[in-house]
Ligand binder design. Structure first.
Ligand SMILES: *[C@@H]1O[C@H](CO)[C@@H](O)[C@H](O)[C@H]1NC(C)=O
Ligand SMILES: *[C@@H]1O[C@H](CO)[C@@H](O)[C@H](O)[C@H]1NC(C)=O
Ligand SMILES: *[C@@H]1O[C@H](CO)[C@@H](O)[C@H](O)[C@H]1NC(C)=O
Length: 407
């Protein structure tokens, strides 16, 4: 969702200019979801659990679980584990909104899996810390590097411990794919804990992102400098209940949704909505954006400018301190030895097909490199398209089942 990152960065610039954040910072940042993922799951008659994982650096992450399927009644059978990780601006709700027939979380449960949904630090579910308050800038000093090197491995360890399994299947959309690459290249000992890993439009190389706003903002935040100093370490358009409720009422149940619902959605999704399940719009508005740190957006824009997949650029002075070199180190993708499956679309402005095509050359154990044949397939279609069950969910689940049958 890079396009949206950028649209929202513009808002942040405006925010800073007018000092709007100043008015009531606490209200937005300390919000609770209107309806939690476990409530959503139970409403559909599935069992749900809520778990908390405290990371070694103090962030308290909220994971959700669909332990088994009531349709199968398989609570006493052995169930392989799948861990599903959301994209930028999203949260665990994203994998539930299509409902029990079409959302990947339920589809996995109905295929006999024990389903776990992650939530990255800073989103609406994981905005808590053992010592830092989310109203403090220190809380927001992280990018997706920390999500990949800390949140993911520690969530996975927790899930493996809870389930008594030694490895699991991983599915990540967009940033959920980015952090898969970060985790397995930076902490290669996690490769053995992944049975199969599925990147749905993972954002890795970004050089070919052709967005006019990216280009417009790149000079300001694409490399370290005043723009970055001004914008780093803050919550990035936090979830706002007033806006959410308004949208919920205004967009709800409308067959041809009002123009501004569309506009709001476009802010997050770009213009790629040809395949989108429009019935979802009110729920999307209710649950997104779920919150990120500005550094996550800045880090992506840095990738666009450098055309490299590498760590956060703090500027040469601080880089020397952090990395012992002036340029940020590149992630060593060749260390990713887990069975990896990649899926990409031709109308995706964020995980652009040209950039995707650079990946196979780096990955020693790529099992699938799948281009969705529908030429209009966009970034959010991997989660919210009308055809998502047939086009994405079914094959992903089948590859996981094939692995289970084989081993
Ligand atoms: C944050 O986590 C602490 C420690 O687990 C807990 O006591 C507290 O209730 C949590 N706060 C919120 C707002 O969830
Ligand atoms: C765009 O994609 C091509 C082909 O994969 C690649 O060679 C190039 O480095 C990418 N980035 C830019 C900025 O062109
Ligand atoms: C579209 O979204 C609605 C509302 O969540 C859901 O009930 C329906 O199953 C979805 N349809 C498809 C084809 O995904």
């Amino acid at each position: 969702m890079l396009r949206s990152t950028i649209a929202l960065s513009v808002l942040i610039v405006l925010n800073s200019a007018f000092d709007l954040n100043h008015i009531e910072p606490h209200i937005d940042i300390l919000l609770k979801p209107l309806k939690t993922s476990d409530e959503r799951i139970r409403q559909h008659g599935y069992p749900a659990e809520s778990h908390f994982v405290e990371t070694t650096d103090g962030y308290i992450l909220n994971l959700f679980r669909i332990p088994y399927s009531p349709r199968l009644g398989n609570q006493h059978d052995r169930r392989p584990v799948v861990f599903i990780q959301h994209g930028l601006f999203s949260c665990s709700d994203g994998f539930l909104l299509n409902g029990p027939e079409n959302a990947i979380a339920y589809n996995f449960a109905d295929a006999g899996f024990d389903v776990w949904l992650g939530n990255a630090r800073g989103n609406i579910y994981s905005r808590n810390h053992s010592t830092l308050s989310p109203v403090s800038p220190k809380f927001w000093k992280f990018s997706w590097h920390e999500i990949g090197t800390i949140d993911m491995p520690e969530s996975i360890d927790y899930v493996l411990e809870q389930t008594g399994e030694s490895a699991l299947h991983y599915v990540g959309h967009s940033q959920g794919g980015t952090v898969y690459f970060v985790m397995l290249s930076s902490r290669p000992e996690y490769n053995v804990k992944i049975k199969t890993g599925h990147g749905l439009a993972p954002a890795v190389f970004m050089g070919n992102v052709t967005d006019s706003i990216v280009s417009a903002l790149a000079p300001y935040v694409g490399s370290p400098g005043m723009g970055t100093n001004l914008l780093s370490d803050q919550p990035f358009v936090p979830y706002n209940p007033h806006v959410q409720r308004l949208l919920d009422t205004a967009c709800g149940g409308e067959p041809a949704y009002p123009k501004y619902c569309k506009t709001l959605f476009l802010m997050w999704a770009g213009d790629e909505q040809s395949n989108l399940n429009a019935t979802l719009l009110p729920q999307l508005a209710e649950t997104h954006p779920a919150g990120i740190s500005t550094n996550q957006g800045i880090h992506y824009i840095q990738l666009k400018v450098s055309n490299k997949f590498r760590q956060y650029d703090f500027g040469s002075k601080k880089n020397k301190k952090e990395y012992k070199q002036e340029e940020p180190p590149e992630y060593p993708l060749e260390k990713i030895t887990a069975n990896t499956f990649l899926y990409y679309g031709l109308n995706d402005g964020s995980a652009n097909s040209k950039d995707m095509k650079r990946l196979p050359g780096y990955l020693p154990n790529l099992r699938l490199f799948y281009e969705v044949p529908n030429p209009t397939w966009g970034h959010l279609d991997f989660i919210f398209a009308k055809q998502v069950k047939e086009e994405i969910n079914k094959p992903v689940i089948q590859y996981c089942k094939d692995y289970e049958d084989q081993y």
